[in-house]
Write a protein that binds this ligand. Structure first.
Ligand SMILES: Nc1nc2c(ncn2[C@@H]2O[C@H](COP(=O)(O)OP(=O)(O)OP(=O)(O)O)[C@@H](O)[C@H]2O)c(=O)[nH]1
Ligand SMILES: [Mg+2]
Length: 333
């Protein structure tokens, strides 16, 4: 699973990327600082996992992770190659969700491509580029098929119609394979100094500058500052949780020796494939999965106590992992 950060130049995409991934990619007050995309991994701050760690006190705890992609700024005309153009759009064709970052902070020194700060207009600018770029893909494909006609062409024509009308088509596996951007799930985030009214577009309010200034403060202090400025109290970590909530993903946990670990996978994944995510040997030699709920483990203080209380059940390779499962995979080597 991959999340992509998109938006106009100079909105703070790389700054956000660095916050999420604890990275050090280049940030600067001029547009198109980012040219090559940045790829990094964000730790997911999952409240349930924190409670699990608190309850069983393992020597090592490893949170779940998700890949983040930060791309170059997009401008009006990007789909026709304006700015740094289409190649940048190509950089987000394979992400599962878009974090659409908008800017509502004003600054004399950090230029805005349309001079005035207006996040709703900026949102529309970028959305139309997505639609146009998708339309171009569909039209190219239709041209290829023009001699063939048939079912696919008819379907493509319907999709093109939707795109021309400004409506993203439903995300079918076929469209996923074309790499269309507009149907992807998205989370709108606004980077501003302070919000006295709820942000437009139902966006997630954050202040990247404040987050940078608060680095090193304890989380509860950060939360109270965020509240004071009308920001989401969860800060950057909440962006990841919101994004995950829009995707069909579930958390599961493993406790092995001294390490507790959180994992995130697509909903409906089978136990044998979850085992494969942990280690290929576990998949190869899979025997069974012992499963408990994370809440039971937290209450009872560990896997063995849960076993004694009859709270652990055995499942086979086709068991579909549920959100909040704690798994112990039995396998032969
Ligand atoms: N005042 C203020 N400045 C910010 C904020 N967030 C980022 N900046 C500054 O804005 C400038 C642009 O930030 P970047 O993170 O490089 O922005 P970007 O969207 O990645 O820009 P491109 O890669 O050029 O598209 C930098 O000077 C940041 O320090 C903010 O919340 N408030
Ligand atoms: Mg950048």
């Amino acid at each position: 699973m991959k999340l992509g950060i998109a938006g106009l130049p100079n909105v703070g995409k790389t700054s956000l990327f660095n916050l999420l991934t604890e990275g050090k990619s280049e940030v600067a007050p001029y547009p198109f600082t980012t040219i090559q995309r940045n790829i990094g991994v964000a730790k997911i701050s999952d409240e349930r996992f924190s409670r699990l760690v608190e309850a069983i006190k393992p020597t090592r705890s490893t949170p779940a992770q998700i890949e983040i992609v930060d791309i170059a700024g997009l401008v009006e005309g990007a789909s026709r190659g304006e700015g740094l153009g289409n190649q940048f759009l190509a950089n987000i064709r394979d992400v599962d969700l878009l974090i659409h970052l908008l800017r509502s902070f004003a600054s004399e020194t950090i230029s805005h491509p349309y001079t005035e700060v207006d996040p709703v207009r900026d949102y529309e600018v970028i959305r139309s580029e997505f639609l146009l770029s998708d339309l171009e893909i569909i039209e190219r494909r239709m041209k290829k098929l023009s001699k063939l006609g048939g079912e696919e062409r008819k379907r493509l024509e319907e999709i093109a119609e939707l795109l021309r009308a400004g409506t993203p088509p439903p995300l079918t596996p076929e469209l996923k394979s074309y790499g269309l951007i507009s149907p992807k799930p998205e989370l709108i985030v606004i980077n501003g100094d302070e919000f006295t009214t709820p942000p437009p577009l139902n966006a997630y309010p954050i202040s990247i500058k404040l987050e940078e200034e608060m680095a090193g403060l304890p989380e509860d202090e950060k939360r109270s500052f965020r509240r004071e400025y009308g920001l989401d109290p969860r800060g950057p970590g909440g962006i990841i949780m919101e994004a995950i909530g829009r995707l069909d993903m579930v958390f599961f946990y493993t406790i092995k020796g001294e390490e507790a670990r959180a994992w995130i996978i697509r909903g409906g994944t089978k136990a044998i494939d979850a085992a494969g995510m942990i280690h290929s040997d576990m998949k190869k030699g899979f025997i069974k999965a012992e499963v408990a709920s994370v809440e039971d483990i937290i209450t009872l203080g560990g896997f063995s106590s849960a076993q004694e209380k009859g709270k652990v059940r055995t499942e086979g390779k086709d068991y579909r992992i549920k959100d909040g499962d704690v798994l112990l995979i039995r396998f032969h080597t």
